[in-house]
Structures are given as C-alpha cells and as structure tokens.
Design a protein around this ligand. Structure first.
Ligand SMILES: [Zn+2]
Length: 457
C-alpha cells in the first residue's frame, strides 16, 4: 500500500534556536559481526529558562535499548521511537546517555553507518547522524566529540574525527581506538571508518611551523593511484595559507577512498571521505580533465575545513553559505594553479549547462530556499554554482581585500569572515547586516540572499 501521507514541510521562517547546549559528546561505537552498539553520552546544559524538553532525533523506528539521565536508568517502555524523535525532560544540566543497537550490515541507504565492501564508513550530511545515535542532529548544535571505536582485529584501521588519543587491544580478539576532536562541530561532520585499509603517508608544515600528518587510506592495491591527490592536498593547504591566511588546525588530515558513496566527497572534520573515482588517478593513464577534477574536489573538501566546518551554517536553508563560497574558493584555486581564462570559460559553460536549465524549469529556487520537505533535494547547481557566482560578484565589486574583510565589520555575513581571529563557534546565516551601508564606501549586499530564480537565464 502506498504511503499517502504528505511530507512535512520545514520553513525557514519557523527557525527557533535550540534552548540548550551540548557541551561535550562521548561516543562509543562497538562493531560486532551482525550489529553495532552505540553509546552516546551527552553533557547538556540549558541556555535559558525553558521548560521545553530536549529533543533527540533518531532514524524512524530506530531502537533505543537504554536511557540514563545522570546515571539513573529510565523506564523506556512508554517511549515512542516510531516518529524518529524523543523528548527528554532534564534539569538545568544533565548527562543524558543512550544505548542503541543498529544494523550497518543491512543499511543500504548509504547514510548513517554502513558497510561498503569490507569497510564500515559513514555519511552524516545532512541528517545521517540520527541513524547512528539519538542526538539533537541539527547544524546549530555544535559540540566537542570524543569517539571510541571497538572492533574485531580483522578491522585493523579505526578512524574518526580529530586526533588519535589512545588505542590498544581488548579481550576476544578485539581492539579499540579513541579519537578526540577539540573543535566544536555539528553532528553532520561526524565520521568514522573501520576496515582493513592500506594507506600512503606524507606531511605538510604549516606557515607557523606545525607538522601535519597527511594520510590517504585506500583499499588494497590502490596506493599507487594516490600521488596526484596527495600533491593536490598539499598545494591546497599552501594556497589557503597564501591567499586567505588559513592554516590547518588539527595534527592529522585524512582522506579515505570508498567504493560505495552517495556523494562525490564529504568534508567530515579531519577525515574526508571520497568516492574512489574522485581520489584515485593513475598519472600514466588519466586525462588532464581527470587530474584537474581530482585536484579540484580535493581542494574543495579541504577548503571546507574553514568555510563550513569551523564556521558552520546555522540551518540547512543556509547551505549555499558553505557550498557557494567553497565552490568559489576551489574555482579560484584552480584559476591560480592553471589558466584563469580557461577555468572561467569552463565554469560558465557548466553554469549554462546545468544551472540555467534548473532556473528555467519547475525546480527553480533561490540560493536560499524558503521551505523544504527533503533537504537532500537542495544540493543543487543553484546552491553550488549560482551560489559561487554570488560570491564572485561580491568579490568583484569589493576586490579581494574588501571581500575578505567584509564580514569583519558586519557579522553574520553572507560572505563568511575570512580574517581571523573570529569568535568561535560561528554559525552565520545568509543575510548581510545593513551595518555595511552605514559606513562610507561600504556596500550593502542584502539582496543577495533572496535573489529569486530567473527563469530563462
Ligand atoms: Zn562542498
């Protein structure tokens, strides 16, 4: 029987800030042959006097094995998980723990935690994390994550976001690795990988003298096809320092190539996950186009470390903030690296080929939509390519210096702040403060966020 229920629509105007903060998250993901047991420990503090319960999201029908509040086991017999949402009453501050069993082996959605070949991996943007554990899975809830992965020794490589802080053997032919990411992030940037993987290692020294470990993990037999991606990564790190003054901030940066992946690549903090076809290239046989595509995608995902990860969109209506700006940045990287004229011609040809038809058709929408039933449908040429053109327009009008400093005088900006230091964490939205117009010589770009579709153009 068909499900006739109309999808629920989320509107931008109905946005409400969360009334609590998740100070820290301790996740333990224990992988077994037929299941994964996920324990989430959330240290939550209410940010205002509110009697509203804390909402945790989970996949529809996702099991909830146990719920503890400040260590006390709660009666969950009456908790309805079928809606994908549970409401928990807590005092001003509490530690909320959930234990959930999930089935990554049979997860064919390619979101959440799933098996790709013999490797476990994750995809959490935009709302995959709620298929791993119960969590306030929204971009404006940013927290410090510590992740412990326990697995059989047949999965020797255990990776997650941040820096590796501990690892060792466990009973029963098992072992663990614990990762800590010191930077607050939304749950959509969470990632973990477990598998028997080969890797190539290199290093990069930042302009302020810090040595960063660089690793690209691949399935056996593919290590010789990573040289171009590694070289592209190092040149991207250098370009972001030279042009924007942005250095990498963790001790290690990892890329994992995955055969089954529903996006081209994903910028998870410190642990980018790529569809293999966008990372592997044999310099002997790849075409120039293949090599430039790998280079551009490696750069794009790396640039997200600042434009998207450290500075995050408040909600999914602001998606173009991270994507339009990061596409603009990767376009400029390629233009500086190769031919500026050829790159611009290519980008305009792409815009005309895929974005103009969208603007002229029934799915036309502004770069910042007003409502959605399914946010996955807004990863569009309009959000990405037209969003990049809006950034390019502002940069053209202001000049590079003005572009980079615009946001400093008028946060939260349409153009993200690109002159550190910033107050962290930041979650800008698509709008320009009118503060810019109050200053001689400064322009107001307020209209950019609501540029309507332009059918036929
Ligand atoms: Zn992106």
């Amino acid at each position: 029987m068909l499900d006739q229920a109309a999808p629920s629509v989320v509107t931008r105007a109905s946005y409400e800030a969360p009334h609590f903060a998740v100070n820290s998250v301790a996740l333990t993901i224990a992988l077994y042959a037929d299941r994964a047991v996920v324990t989430g420990r959330l240290d939550i503090t209410r940010t205002e006097d509110s009697s509203a319960p804390v909402l945790l999201y989970g996949g529809k029908g996702m099991a909830l094995d146990q719920l503890r509040i400040d260590g006390a086991v709660q009666d969950i017999s009456a908790v309805d998980t079928s809606t994908g949402e549970i409401a928990i009453d807590i005092p001003h501050q509490a530690v909320v723990e959930t234990v959930t069993t999930i089935d990554p082996n049979n997860n064919t959605s390619l979101e959440g935690l799933y098996l790709s070949g013999d490797m476990y991996c994750t995809q959490c943007e935009p709302e995959g994390f709620r298929h791993i554990t119960w969590y306030p899975d929204r971009p404006d809830v940013m927290s410090v994550f510590t992740t412990r992965i326990e697995a059989p020794v047949s999965l020797p490589v255990l990776l997650s976001n941040g820096n590796l802080v501990d690892s060792g053997p466990l009973e029963g032919n098992r072992h663990f690795a614990e990762w800590h990411d010191p930077f607050k992030k939304p749950s959509y940037l969470f990632a973990m990988v477990a598998g028997d993987l080969d890797h190539v290692a290199d290093s990069y020294t930042t302009s302020d003298g810090r040595d960063i470990d660089l690793r690209i993990y691949v399935e056996d037999g593919n290590a010789h096809r990573t040289a171009h991606a590694m070289d592209s990564l190092k040149r991207s790190m250098k370009w972001d320092e030279d042009v924007y003054g942005l250095s990498y901030d963790l001790d290690i940066f990892m890329i994992v190539a995955v055969s089954h992946f529903n996006m081209g690549a994903m910028e998870n903090k410190g642990l980018n996950i790529f569809n293999s076809k966008f990372i592997l290239a044999d310099v002997e046989t790849a075409t120039d186009g293949d090599l430039e595509r790998v280079e551009g995608i490696v750069a794009h995902e790396y640039f997200h470390n600042w434009t998207g990860n450290r500075i995050t969109c408040r909600d999914w209506f602001q998606l173009t903030l991270k994507e339009g700006l990061t596409v603009y940045r990767d376009q400029e990287f390629t233009a500086d690296t190769h031919s500026r004229g050829v790159k611009r011609t290519d980008d305009v040809a792409l815009l005309r080929a895929i974005q103009f038809p969208e603007d002229a058709g029934p799915t036309a929408h502004p770069i910042r939509p007003e409502e959605y039933a399914e946010i996955n449908n807004f990863y569009t040429p309009t959000d990405y390519e037209k969003g990049a053109e809006v950034n390019r327009k502002i940069a053209t009008m202001l000049g590079q210096e003005g572009f980079m400093s615009t946001a400093m005088m008028a946060p939260p900006p349409l153009v993200m702040i690109l002159s550190p230091p910033w107050p962290m964490p930041m979650m800008p939205i698509c709008r320009n403060s009118s503060a810019g117009t109050a200053r001689p010589g400064h322009r107001n770009f307020r209209s950019n966020a609501v540029i309507p579709p332009t059918p036929g153009h």
